[in-house]
Structure formats: structure tokens, C-alpha cells
Design a protein around this ligand. Structure first.
Ligand code: DOR
Ligand code: ZN
Length: 347
């Protein structure tokens, strides 16, 4: 029998760009409505490189979600100069839940990122000791490497050697996009996990070129071939607990996307859990949704699972063409399209 409602433990988003200032105020309520907690990416300008900056940012986020019980899980932005002392401070703070590795130049606001992972050995050593996860943007930045191969090359050149040097380090391979990444996580130990976005499950690279150039389907790591999309779908059908929900929702104003040099990032916070639910249903895997969305993430991070729940109703609704973003507008993922699951109003 086809389901018409589904109730699951309240989910969390294990990879989210909430931004700052005016944008933060507009996008934060979308996430707070659906998710209990979210891992907040530190790629602000300037980036969140210290515990002091993280606590200030936490305060601004809490201001933007006032009246809700949403809990931001903060991260630090790893640089060549991140000291072991900063990691110790992060561990003691208790509210820093991970440290993000952006290879320098890989994506939005990554210029201050890491130029050579070996420069981070002292920090990584301390993280390994503390059980503080390294959250990895897994792409090499070498201009000669084809943009579609950057994740695969990253595994071979950076990630695999890193796991040999720090065998106990907890690592989240963020927003995986390839069969190679899925296979890497599958053969790795339980200290290695991965997040998967709704857009990498729903689309392959054809979506960027459907009848013309589609800037709102452009993100990093870029969408890959169909075989990779299929590998990610197989992973979620399998119910393997090393994989969990991370939207990578990354808002950019419309004019920054529809530009001669458009920004990477897909905003999906407006409908994230509904989109994941549709995908799991389409894969005949609705029974695997709750673990992916609500259990595997907290279990990996060593945090309690949420105790309340949300209900989704099988009901068509149309995604708006845009949302307001102060004086700008924001074009959401699946703008104008119909989604067939809807979060119940009272949750
Ligand atoms: O598409 C992306 N957008 N990928 C990232 O890694 C960063 C993000 C952003 O911050 O806009
Ligand atoms: Zn991201």
C-alpha cells in the first residue's frame, strides 16, 4: 500500500551554509522549521577560524532563529596555521562539533583554506585525540585536473594517505558525488562517514545543460555522470549507516548565480526533508529514510538522537519561483516545480 503520511524522528542537517547578516535572517527559519540541529559551515568572509569567532557567529544564528529550539552545531575553518591549542580550545568549548577542511581555492570563500594538508598535522593529531571530526571538501584544486575528476583524484592523492597517517581520525567526506567516493567510504572503517545532498541524488550533470545553461543547478563538487548518481542512490537504498543527510544548502542571490561568472551553490533548505522523502519513496526505500535523516548523523558524531518527530504528508505543492532576500531574490532548488511530500504544519 502506498503511504500517505510518514512520521520520523526529527531530522538534522549535517552540512549547511547559513551565511551571515541579512541572508542569515532570511534563510535560517527554513532550516529551523524542518531540522532540530545543523552543522554550520564556517566559510564566511572572513572565515570562522577561531573558537571566539565561532561563539560570536553562534550568537548571530541564535538571534536569527529566536523562538525556535533549533540548535546550531558550530565548526571551525581549518587553515595552514590552525594550532593544536585552538583545537584544544574547540574541544573544551563543547559547542564546536567539527573542523572543516577546504583545500585553498576549492570553492566559495576557500582562499584561506589549506594549501598542504601536512601543514595541519599538529591540529589533526589533536583532533584525532579529541575525537573531533574533520569535515572534508574532497576536491583537489590543481587547475590541470578536469573539474569532473577532482573528487576522485582527491581520494587518491589526499584522503587515502591522510587516513593512513591518522587511522583513528573521524572524517566526514562531505557531499560525495562519485561512485569512487561511495566505494571509498564503504571500504573504510567506522570512523569514516559521508553526507549526501538532495541535488546529487536527484540529478546528474545533464541537469546543468537542460535546454540551455542552468546556473541554479551549479554547485561544487559539480554534478557528475549518471553512473555516479546511480551509485549514490544505491548507497541510500542499502541503508548503510556510514551515510547521512547533509543538504549543502548554499544560498546565493539570484544575480550572483545568473552571471557571467556564476557562484556555486544550490539553496535547498526551503524543502530539504520533503525532497529527500520524495527521493527515498521513488527508490522504494522509505523505510531507510529515518536512519539516514535522523539516526546515522548523531550516532557518528556521538550526539543523542532527537526525541521528537515530524510528520510528512503525501500532498503536492509548488515550490515558489523565488524567495526574497532583502533587496535581492533567491532562486530555490526545484523552483516552480511540484514536490509530492509536504511537511505537516503542526510538528
Ligand atoms: O556549491 C557549493 N557552494 N559548494 C561549496 O563547497 C560551497 C558552497 C557555498 O558556500 O556557496
Ligand atoms: Zn558546503
Amino acid at each position: 500500500m502506498t503511504k500517505t503520511t510518514i512520521t520520523i524522528t526529527r531530522p538534522d542537517d549535517w552540512h549547511l551554509h547559513m551565511r551571515d547578516g541579512e541572508v542569515l535572517k532570511h534563510v535560517a527559519p527554513f532550516t529551523a522549521k524542518q531540522f532540530a540541529r545543523a552543522i554550520i559551515m564556517p566559510n564566511l568572509n572572513p572565515p570562522v577560524t577561531t573558537v571566539v569567532k565561532a561563539v560570536e557567529y553562534l550568537d548571530r544564528i541564535l538571534g536569527a532563529v529566536e523562538g525556535t529550539d533549533f540548535e546550531p552545531l558550530m565548526t571551525l575553518y581549518l587553515t595552514d596555521n590552525t594550532s593544536a591549542d585552538e583545537i584544544i580550545a574547540a574541544r573544551k568549548s563543547c559547542f564546536i562539533k567539527g573542523v572543516k577542511l577546504y583545500p585553498a581555492g576549492a570553492t566559495t570563500n576557500s582562499d584561506a583554506g589549506v594549501t598542504d594538508i601536512r601543514l595541519c598535522d599538529a591540529a589533526l593529531e589533536e583532533m584525532q585525540k579529541a575525537g573531533l571530526p574533520l569535515l572534508v571538501h574532497g576536491e583537489v584544486t590543481t587547475p590541470e585536473i578536469d573539474v569532473f575528476d577532482r573528487e576522485k583524484v582527491f581520494i587518491d592523492k589526499i584522503l587515502q594517505p591522510l587516513t593512513l597517517r591518522f587511522p583513528e581520525l573521524k572524517i566526514v567526506f562531505e557531499h560525495i558525488t562519485t561512485k569512487e567516493a561511495a566505494d571509498f567510504v564503504l571500504q573504510a572503517g567506522n570512523n569514516i562517514a559521508a553526507t549526501i545532498t538532495p541535488h546529487h541524488l536527484l540529478y546528474n550533470r545533464n541537469a546543468m545543460f537542460q535546454g540551455g545553461l542552468r546556473p541554479h543547478n551549479y554547485c561544487l563538487p559539480v554534478l557528475k555522470r549518471d553512473i555516479h548518481q546511480q551509485a549514490l542512490l544505491a548507497v541510500i537504498r542499502s541503508g548503510n549507516k556510514q551515510f547521512f543527510l547533509g543538504t549543502d544548502s548554499a544560498p546565493h542571490a539570484r544575480h550572483k548565480k545568473e552571471s557571467a561568472c556564476g557562484c556555486a551553490g544550490i539553496f535547498s533548505a526551503h524543502a530539504a526533508i520533503e525532497i529527500y522523502t520524495s527521493i527515498f519513496e521513488q527508490q522504494n526505500a522509505l523505510d531507510k529514510l529515518e536512519a539516514f535523516a535522523s539516526f546515522n548523523g548523531p550516532d557518528f558524531y556521538g550526539l543523542p538522537r532527537n526525541t521528537n518527530s515530524i510528520t510528512l504528508i503525501k500532498e503536492d505543492w509548488q515550490v515558489p519561483d523565488h524567495y526574497t532576500l532583502g533587496d535581492d531574490t533567491l532562486v530555490p532548488f526545484l523552483a516552480g516545480q511540484t514536490i509530492n511530500w509536504k511537511l505537516a504544519e503542526k510538528n
